[in-house]
Design a binder for this molecule. Structure first.
Ligand code: HEM
Length: 638
C-alpha cells in the first residue's frame, strides 16, 4: 500500500515539475516571438493576501542572504518593486516588459502611448474585479464592477461630482484647514504662533475625513477642541456627535476610520462567518465597526430620502443624494410601468457599497497628498518660500473667508500651489499602480510606430505610476541639486510644473471630457506643464479614471493655500539641537543641523510602505508650523 502511495505522490511531483518547465518554456517562447523584453520569475502571485506574503515574508527573508542581492528576479517578485526600487530595477529593460513564470504572464507598462491605449480600450483591457472583493464589504460598487454593471453605477455616481460640489469642497477645505490649525494650537505647549506636531499624518487623515463627510455626505464634523454646539441644527446623533447612537459601540467617524483601515484585509483572509465567531478582539472590533458603519450609512441614506420627499432635493450638493435619487426614480418608473433596463437605479446594497467606496477612495488618498506635501515643503525651504510668494501674489491681503472658488481656486491651481500638488503626487502617487486584465485573445498596441503584442487569456497588466512619473521621456528635468544623479526626477522640484508646455503636452480639457464629468472651471486655460496623455496616470485616464480627481485637487489647493498664507513649516530639529543651542549657532552650524533633519526625513519618507496607498508607517517626521516671519531657518530658504 505504502509503495502505491509513494508512487502516486512521486508521479504527481514529476508531472508538476515537467508541466511547470514546459509552461515556463512556452511563456518564454511567446515573449520572444512577440518581441517583448522579459524577466523570468519562479512564480508570480496576484491578490492582496498572496502579495503581502511575498512582500512581507519571502522578499525580506531572501534579503538576509547577501548572495541573493545580485539576483534580478527577487526584485521583480516584490509586489511593491516600483516603490522599492523607483526605477533602478528597470535598467536595460524597455519602458514595457513582461514577467513570465510557469503559471503566469504579466505585462508591465511605463510607456505613455501604451497606457493611453490600454485605458481607452475598456472592453479588451478590463478591470480585474476579482482582486477588489475586499472592498465589497458594504456591497458591490463602481470600483469593484465591470461591464454594463459598472457603466450603470458610474452613470449614477458621476452627476454628484459637479462644479457645485467642487465649490463646496473649496469652502470646507478653507474652513477645515483653519480648524486643524486651531486644533494644533490647542495642544499642550503650542500656541497660535508656533505649533509642534509630531505626526501630521494623523491630522491630515482627520481633515480629509471631515471634508469627505461634509462635502461628500452632507455631515459636518467637529475637531476634538471644538464644541458640538457649532453644528447647530446639523447635529446628528452618532453621525457627528462625540458619543455613538444608542445601542451602538462606535460613532460614525470611529466606525469609518476602523473599517477603511488595513484591518479590512481580514475579510480577504477569512470568511465572514469565521470572523463573527472568532475569539480575537481585532476580529470582533472589525465586525462591530462594519455593522455600526452599515447602520450609519443606512440612516444617512434614509435621511437623504426624506430630504427628497420634503422637496429639498435641489439644494443637495453632496455625492450620496444622486445615488438615492437614481434608485427612487427607477423604483417609481418600474411602479408606473415605464421602467426599462436603461433607467435601472441601484439596489440598496449598491447604494451602501458606493457610499463606502466614495469614502474609501476619497479619504486616505487625499490625506496622504497633504501629509507628504507638508514634509516635502519642510525639507525644501526655498520651494516653500516660492509657494508663499505665489500665494501672496494671487490673494494679496484678502482674508481666506473672501477667497472665491471661481477666481482664486483657478489662480492658485495655476501657480506654485498646483506645482506642489502635482509634484507630491508625481513622487508618491497615492495609487502606485493601476491593474488591468487582458481578457480573451492576445491584443496589439502601437508603440513608437511599431506594433507590439500583449498577452491575452486573463493576463495581468500593471500601469506603473511610480516609475512612469520618473521618466526622462515625459517630464522636464535638470541635473539634481541634492544628489549626484544627472537628473532631478527623484527630487521634489515643484517648479518643474511651472515650465511652459512643449508641443508634446496633452491638450487642455475640452467641454466634452472622456471621463464624462463636468469640466472644472480651474482646469480651463491652465498654464501648468501638462504631461503627454498616458504619462500622468495618478488618477488614471479614460472612462474609468477617478471621478474624485477635482474633489481631491480642490481640497489640497484650499488647505495648502490657507496654511501657507499664514505659516511656514520647518523640520523639528530638537533631536539634534535644543532651541537654546540653536540661538547660539552660526548660520553654517544651523545649516548642518537642518541637513541632518532633512536626511532623516527623506529616509523616513523612503521607508514608507505600500498598503492600499503609499503611506508612512513607523517613526513620523516631527515638524513645527510657525507664523511667517518667526522662522528659525528662514535664511536657509534663500
Ligand atoms: C489624490 C487623490 C486621489 C487619487 C490619486 C485617486 C486615484 C484614483 C485612481 C487611480 C482610480 C482608478 C483606479 C483603478 O482603475 O484601478 C480611482 C478611482 C476612483 N476614485 Fe479616486 N483618487 C483620489 C481621490 C478620490 C476622491 C476624493 C474620490 C471621491 C470623493 C475618489 C473616488 C473614486 C472612485 C469612486 C473611483 C472608482 C471609479 C470607477 O471605477 O469608475 N477618488 N481613483
Amino acid at each position: 500500500m505504502l509503495f502505491y502511495i509513494f508512487l502516486a505522490f512521486s508521479s504527481y511531483v514529476v508531472y508538476t515539475v515537467i508541466h511547470r518547465i514546459v509552461s515556463l518554456r512556452r511563456n518564454i517562447a511567446l515573449a520572444k516571438s512577440w518581441g517583448l523584453p522579459y524577466v523570468v520569475l519562479p512564480f508570480n502571485e496576484i491578490g492582496v493576501a498572496r502579495s503581502a506574503l511575498i512582500g512581507i515574508f519571502l522578499i525580506p527573508f531572501l534579503k538576509l542572504f547577501p548572495f541573493t542581492h545580485s539576483w534580478k528576479w527577487p526584485k521583480f517578485m516584490d509586489p511593491f518593486c516600483h516603490w522599492t526600487f523607483l526605477r533602478s530595477h528597470i535598467g536595460s529593460h524597455s519602458d514595457f516588459y513582461a514577467t513570465v513564470s510557469p503559471n503566469s504572464f504579466h505585462f508591465e507598462s511605463i510607456n505613455a502611448e501604451v497606457n493611453t491605449q490600454i485605458v481607452n480600450r475598456r472592453t479588451e483591457f478590463q478591470k480585474p474585479i476579482e482582486i477588489y472583493t475586499i472592498v465589497n464589504i458594504y456591497g458591490r460598487n463602481a470600483l469593484t464592477s465591470d461591464g454594463p454593471d459598472w457603466k450603470r453605477q458610474r452613470k449614477i455616481i458621476a452627476p454628484g461630482f459637479t462644479e457645485k460640489n467642487n465649490a463646496r469642497v473649496w469652502e470646507l477645505g478653507l474652513k477645515q484647514g483653519q480648524s486643524m490649525l486651531g486644533y494644533w494650537a490647542s495642544k499642550e505647549g503650542n500656541s497660535i504662533e508656533e505649533m509642534k506636531i509630531r505626526n501630521t499624518a494623523l491630522d491630515t487623515a482627520t481633515l480629509a475625513l471631515h471634508i469627505i463627510c461634509g462635502a461628500g455626505f452632507g455631515i459636518p464634523q467637529v475637531w476634538p477642541h471644538e464644541d458640538e454646539s457649532i453644528l447647530g441644527d446639523k447635529k446628528m446623533v452618532g453621525l457627528n456627535t462625540k458619543l455613538p447612537a444608542e445601542g451602538h459601540k462606535l460613532t460614525f467617524k470611529e466606525a469609518l476610520v476602523y473599517s477603511t483601515g488595513l484591518q479590512i484585509a481580514w475579510f480577504s483572509v477569512f470568511p465572514e462567518w469565521f470572523l463573527k465567531r472568532s475569539p480575537f478582539k481585532i476580529h470582533q472590533k472589525l465586525i462591530a465597526a462594519r455593522d455600526d458603519c452599515l447602520f450609519y450609512f443606512k440612516e444617512l441614506i434614509e435621511q437623504k430620502r426624506n430630504y427628497r420627499r420634503l422637496g429639498f432635493e435641489q439644494d443637495a450638493t453632496d455625492l450620496i443624494s444622486p445615488l438615492v435619487k437614481a434608485s427612487d426614480d427607477a423604483e417609481r418608473a418600474k411602479a408606473e410601468g415605464n421602467g426599462t433596463s436603461q433607467d435601472e437605479g441601484l439596489t440598496e446594497e449598491e447604494i451602501t457599497g458606493n457610499t463606502f467606496i466614495i469614502m474609501f477612495a476619497g479619504h486616505e488618498t487625499t490625506a496622504n497628498v497633504l501629509h507628504f506635501s507638508f514634509l516635502y515643503l519642510a525639507i525644501n525651504l526655498a520651494s516653500q518660500k516660492h509657494l508663499q510668494a505665489d500665494i501672496d501674489e494671487k490673494v494679496g491681503d484678502r482674508p481666506p473667508s473672501s477667497w472665491s472658488y471661481q477666481v482664486d481656486m483657478r489662480n492658485l491651481f495655476n501657480s506654485m500651489v498646483g506645482g506642489v500638488l502635482h509634484e507630491t503626487i508625481r513622487l508618491i502617487p497615492p495609487v502606485p499602480h493601476i491593474p488591468k486584465i487582458s481578457r480573451g485573445p492576445v491584443k496589439q498596441v502601437n508603440v513608437d510606430g511599431r506594433t507590439i503584442t500583449i498577452p491575452g487569456n486573463d493576463s495581468f497588466i500593471h500601469l506603473e505610476n511610480v516609475t512612469l512619473n520618473r521618466s526622462r521621456r515625459y517630464y522636464p528635468y535638470s541635473p539634481s541639486k541634492v544628489t549626484d544623479c544627472s537628473d532631478d526626477l527623484d527630487d521634489f522640484v515643484p517648479e518643474r510644473w511651472l515650465q511652459k508646455n512643449t508641443s508634446s503636452g496633452s491638450e487642455a480639457p475640452s467641454e466634452k471630457q472622456v471621463d464624462g464629468l463636468e469640466v472644472a472651471s480651474f482646469e480651463v486655460h491652465g498654464s501648468l506643464f501638462r504631461p503627454v496623455k498616458g504619462a500622468y496616470m495618478a488618477f488614471s485616464e479614460g472612462p474609468r479614471s477617478c471621478p474624485g480627481r477635482r474633489f481631491a485637487e480642490v481640497e489640497v489647493i484650499a488647505v495648502l493655500s490657507l496654511i501657507f498664507k499664514q505659516y511656514t513649516v520647518e523640520l523639528d530639529v530638537r533631536p539634534w539641537a535644543s532651541d537654546e543651542e540653536l540661538e547660539k549657532m552660526s548660520q553654517q552650524q544651523k545649516r548642518d543641523v537642518y541637513g541632518k533633519a532633512q536626511k532623516r526625513a527623506l529616509e523616513l519618507i523612503r521607508g514608507s510602505r505600500m498598503t492600499f496607498t503609499v503611506k508612512m508607517e513607523g517613526d513620523p517626521v516631527p515638524v513645527r508650523f510657525v507664523r511667517q516671519g518667526k522662522e528659525r531657518f528662514g535664511d536657509l530658504a534663500l
